[in-house]
Design a binder for this molecule. Structure first.
Ligand SMILES: Nc1ncnc2c1ncn2[C@@H]1O[C@H](COP(=O)(O)OP(=O)(O)OP(=O)(O)O)[C@@H](O)[C@H]1O
Ligand SMILES: [Mg+2]
Length: 235
């Protein structure tokens, strides 16, 4: 069967700095896959390369059987891959509702139908629909950013540390929503600093170090691995 996303021997970097060095991973249709690893491992660079924001220097990226290695950001989004960056992921001077409208530019279902579906997941967005996005709390902003991506009706969502900087109760809420979005059939590649939580959530995970995959396997197996516990889960 064709994977939703297949990344083979990907290398990418900035200037003289090679960051990703022959990285391979896959996401099956509807699968939630976590990527963890230390600061600077290349997790965000991986997501940026998949989203077309950093040019791959080698390797292949295949989405639903189509090679998107050289594709521009627009074609990538239209192919069904949507990326939510860690920061600067909403338009602060626009209202919540205007942000959702911007997220709707490719999809085929009507705006109202899609907005209804995302508001069901994130009721707070309806309550705050006229508020400027810049006035939202960190948790609300993160939910809006995910909701904007869902408006595109992607088949694969790339999330870069959606729980970063949030209080524990809000982190819980974001993780619950990520789980629910995945349960509706959407493939998710989740980069997280909260390794314990994301390994508990995912079906499979990858541990990145120095731009390479250092370990991969079912989330609970990685979580219980003594070396990974020691290195990434605080003992
Ligand atoms: N725009 C850039 N120009 C040059 N170097 C960069 C750029 N962005 C990131 N880097 C470098 O690439 C390396 C990998 O960064 P990246 O942001 O991908 O790591 P990360 O795993 O996401 O780390 P973190 O956990 O801190 O988010 C780091 O050494 C970083 O300094
Ligand atoms: Mg990062």
């Amino acid at each position: 069967m064709t994977a939703l996303l297949e990344v083979r021997d990907l290398s990418a970097g900035y200037g003289d700095h090679e960051i990703l060095r022959g990285l391979s991973l896959r996401v099956e249709a509807g699968e939630l896959v976590a990527v963890i690893g230390p600061n600077g491992a290349g997790k965000s660079t991986l997501l940026k390369a998949l989203a077309g924001l950093v040019r791959p220097r080698g390797g292949r990226i295949v989405l639903r059987g189509a090679d998107i290695t050289e594709a521009g950001t627009r074609r990538i989004v239209e192919s069904g891959l949507c990326y939510v960056p860690q920061e600067a992921n909403v338009f602060p001077s626009l209202s919540v509702w205007e942000n959702l409208t911007i997220g709707a530019w490719t999809a085929s279902r009507s705006f109202d139908e899609r907005a209804g579906a995302v508001v069901e997941l994130f009721p707070i967005l309806a309550a705050r629909r006229r508020a400027r996005a810049g006035t939202l709390s960190g948790g609300e902003r993160q939910m809006l950013a995910i909701a904007m991506a869902l408006m595109v009706q992607p088949c694969l969502l790339l999330l870069d540390e959606p729980s970063a900087g949030l209080a524990p109760a809000l982190q819980r809420l974001v993780f619950d929503r990520v789980r629910e979005i995945n349960a509706r059939g959407l493939g998710i590649l989740l980069v997280e600093q909260n390794a314990r939580e994301s390994l508990g959530l995912c079906r499979r995970g990858y541990v990145l170090a120095m731009g390479r995959v250092r370990a991969e396997g079912p989330g609970d197996v990685l979580r219980d691995d003594p070396e990974i516990r020691h290195l990434y889960l605080g003992g």
